[in-house]
Design a protein around this ligand. Structure first.
Ligand SMILES: [Zn+2]
Length: 260
């Protein structure tokens, strides 16, 4: 069941990497779709041992939606709903993840600013809104609001209901890293349009899906990613998910809500 090639269908949406204006040739490797996760397809389909072959940097979640995943510098972490952080072992499965080998094409220093200001200033650096970007923000954060979700119990509901039981972490004076991606709007349904960022502190003791932050100072790096590779889970949960006619606005609500 878990042999990579046998259990997955691969969909490639790609431009010619060598001829594109950005020309990075970097690959964003994604497991499943955000719409499937929204509909409760929480069964893990790809082992982290396989996922690591496609990136050293990224985000996602775990089988049964058991927490938030942060991948940074080749190490992968699980931030559980109780706030604890654990290093992921290779046999654990993910139902949804995005990874890439982080190789920055641009970088900028950041002064005191909130999440909206940082996101706005980084968007000004994007050479086009038509490709994907991996984003890494290292810095000192006076405040971080992050969340995680508890493992769900079958039969699974959906993400909107699951996050009603989310844990919100208010973290202060943290040195750490925001890890994530910027997705073009045409890819809504596949991923969260705009920014999707997770956080982990330097001590690897706290983090989660980023809801808000205030940065004291830091720097951001952007990796232009013009190859998108997606693996669809070959399991019943995914095959039965009702993905047609989904309310994609709900995706934004679930992923981007900035308060409690
Ligand atoms: Zn997230």
């Amino acid at each position: 069941m878990r042999h990579f090639i046998e259990t997955v269908a691969i969909l490639l949406i790609m431009s010619m990497p060598i001829c594109s204006p950005a020309g990075s040739g970097d690959v964003l490797f994604q497991v499943s779709t955000i719409s499937a996760l929204m509909d409760g397809a929480f069964d893990g389909s790809v082992a982290f041992g396989d996922l690591k072959k496609h990136g050293d940097f990224g985000l996602g979640t775990f089988d049964a939606l058991d927490g938030e995943m942060v991948g940074l510098d080749g190490r992968f972490y699980q931030v559980r709903a109780d706030g604890s952080v654990h290093e992921v072992n290779d046999s654990m499965l993910t139902p949804f993840a995005d990874v890439t080998f982080f190789d920055p094409d641009d970088a900028v220093a950041l002064s005191s600013s909130n999440m909206t200001e940082v996101e706005r200033s980084l968007e000004e650096l994007l050479p086009t809104r038509n490709i994907f970007y991996a984003i890494r923000i290292d810095g000192t954060f006076s405040h971080v609001r992050a969340r995680s979700v508890p493992a769900q119990i079958r039969p699974y509901t959906n993400l909107t209901i699951a996050v009603t039981n989310q844990s919100i972490f208010e973290l202060y004076n943290q040195s750490g890293t925001a890890v994530g991606f910027w997705t073009p709007s045409y890819a809504s349904g596949l991923n969260v349009p705009g920014y999707h960022l997770h956080f982990i502190n330097d001590e690897r003791t706290a983090g989660g899906h980023l809801l808000d932050f205030h940065l004291t100072n830091g720097s951001a790096s952007i990796d232009y990613t013009d190859i998108f590779m997606m693996v669809l889970p070959a399991n019943e949960g995914f095959r039965r998910a009702e993905l047609e006619g989904m309310d994609l606005e709900a995706t934004k609500d679930v992923e981007n809500v900035r308060t409690g």
